[in-house]
Design a protein around this ligand. Structure first.
Ligand code: MV4
Length: 507
């Protein structure tokens, strides 16, 4: 077993991994940027190393700095968490070169799943159902047109190097295809340094359901049930649950067995997630595989009773899976709410700042994975996820009522959070009936705007965003548009985050 693990991440997920290390008697090493000196993960780890400036490229994404900290600390393994370097094959490779175990799959598996077209080719060979469409780069407009006719409109153009919704285009008619193809190729080149795009049949109002898998380094692979992740906004998940309200035992077995086949076809080891799109007739199609521990892993931990981080560490240390598929039993229902530092009354713009008061919920069936504490200042430089609140119950109604109760107990003072959004979702009748798809949240939030609530502030926010976007250096600079902060000016660094949020809102 490892003696010391470096966690190449921050806040909530770093704390999660540090806890597992502590439970297993393994020393933990934190890394932190300038703005994270006082972050919770630094306080909770056994040791901590400063790795640079706030910009992720200068700290949490800097392979050499992370490896230097690993060497200095004497860590024998690195857990990458999610985001940052977690799906970077070069990093996984560099770890191996220095004799440090990367807690995750091999660089080859990461690379395979990083190319959506290569992954589709591999899944075609393995007999995995994937969304109909091309499995290779589109070479010409003529080829795109033929493929689109063969699969039938509407179709979707996607970047081979994309994923998570980036660089996607929906096309309804043949006339739109040629110009969309050119635009998608140049956008893919700009965003990913790779212009390769391919076509898929568009599944309208799909559900997004994913299957957790675990594979050891001795050829054993199991599935741990699904997570329903349809409730999302701008490709950002907001609430996830397990089991999915529409998956019955037979569908779960079919999906699980396909997910295991996906993992095996990729030579996969460690924890991974196979994403599916599910159409209105409950047909499911392989979409992509996430080669990391995911934000929403706690819902699977609650319904399986397993600790996924413990298992990741054991698998990486060469141990066999301690159970077989038939030993895995799902029990109860778990729902996760992602608590973000964002303002529900202002189009969910990021809302950084100092947490002046924190009243945290607990009690029966409540788990809270948090990276915040009272007195901490939420920095502007990273994802604004503050905490995850997970409710567990013997069934879905009990999980919901426990969460509603816990959300009522939650008070975060000094910054805005999206806590009120979850009260609305959890008490909404379509959610309660399990009628959710990937359009659910847009419909819920859109209907509110149509009713007129916040109409003026929304228009003002849009106008401000538009001005800031059109001419960020004008005398009416973006910081002039910000509300006064404690009577004073917002620091210059604040404007970058807010401007990015505005431009995101204008997409
Ligand atoms: C799709 C799709 C419909 N048809 N592909 C968005 C995220 C990325 N992982 C894939 N996505 C989609 N791909 C086909 N062929 C609809 C989406 C999609 C979506 C998927 C999962 C979760 C939320 C979503 C929201 C909008 C669109």
């Amino acid at each position: 077993m490892f003696r010391k693990i470096l966690i190449a991440n921050r806040c909530e997920i770093a704390v999660r991994v540090i806890r597992a290390c502590r439970e297993m008697g393994i020393a933990s090493v934190a890394v932190y940027s300038d703005v994270d000196r006082a972050s919770l993960h630094v306080r909770k780890a056994d040791e901590a190393y400063h790795i640079g400036e706030p910009a992720a490229a200068e700290s949490y994404l800097d392979v050499e700095k992370i490896l230097a900290a690993a060497k200095k600390s004497g860590a024998d393994a690195i857990h990458p968490g999610y985001g940052f370097l977690s799906e970077n094959a070069k990093f996984a490779h560099a770890c191996a070169d220095r004799g440090i175990k990367f807690i995750g799959p091999t660089p080859a598996s990461i690379d395979l799943m990083g190319s959506k077209t290569r992954a589709r080719q591999q899944m075609e060979r393995a007999g995995v159902p994937f969304v109909p469409g091309s499995v290779r780069a589109l070479a010409s407009a003529a080829e795109a047109e033929q493929t689109a006719i063969a699969i039938g409109y509407p179709v979707m153009l996607k970047a081979a190097a994309g994923g998570g919704g980036k660089g996607m285009r929906l096309i309804h008619r043949a006339e739109e295809l040629k110009s969309a193809l050119e635009a998608a190729q140049s956008e893919a080149q700009r965003s990913f340094g790779d212009s390769e795009v391919y076509l898929e049949k568009a599944i309208l109002n799909p559900r997004h359901i994913e299957m957790q898998v675990l594979a050891d380094e001795h050829g054993n692979t199991v599935y741990l049930g699904e997570r329903e992740c349809s409730i999302q906004r701008r490709h950002q998940k907001v609430l996830e649950e397990s089991p999915s309200p529409i998956v019955d035992p037979e569908m779960r077995r079919n999906m699980g067995e396909v997910a295991v086949r996906v993992a095996q076809a990729a030579g996969y080891t460690n924890a991974g997630t196979v994403e599916f799109l599910v159409d209105q007739n409950k047909n499911f199609y392989f979409l992509e595989m996430n080669t990391r521990l995911q934000v929403e892993h706690p819902v699977t931990e609650l319904v399986t009773g397993f600790d996924l981080v413990h298992l990741q560490i054991k698998i990486s240390a060469g141990e066999k899976l301690p159970f077989a598929q038939q030993d895995i039993q799902l029990r109860g229902h778990a729902i996760e709410c992602r608590i973000y530092a964002e303002d529900p009354d202002n189009n969910y713009f990021p809302s950084p700042g100092k947490i002046t008061l924190l009243l945290a919920p607990s009690g029966p069936g409540i788990r809270r994975d948090s990276g915040m504490y009272e007195g901490w200042t939420v920095p502007l430089d990273y994802d604004p996820l503050l905490a995850k609140l997970i409710g567990y119950g013997e069934d879905r109604p009990q999980a919901i009522s426990r969460l509603v109760r816990a959300l009522n107990e939650y008070f975060v003072g000094g910054i805005k959070t999206n806590i009120s959004l979850f009260q609305r979702i959890l008490e909404e009748k379509n959610f309660q009936a399990g009628n959710i798809d990937t359009g659910y949240l847009d419909r819920l939030l859109g209907s509110e705007t149509r009713r007129g609530k916040n109409e003026h502030s929304e228009i003002a926010a849009l106008a401000a965003g538009l001005f800031g976007q059109l001419d960020p250096d004008s005398t009416l600079g973006s910081k002039d548009l910000l509300p006064p902060n404690g009577g004073g000016r917002v620091e210059e660094s604040a404007s970058g985050w807010k401007r990015a949020a505005r431009s995101e809102a204008l997409r």
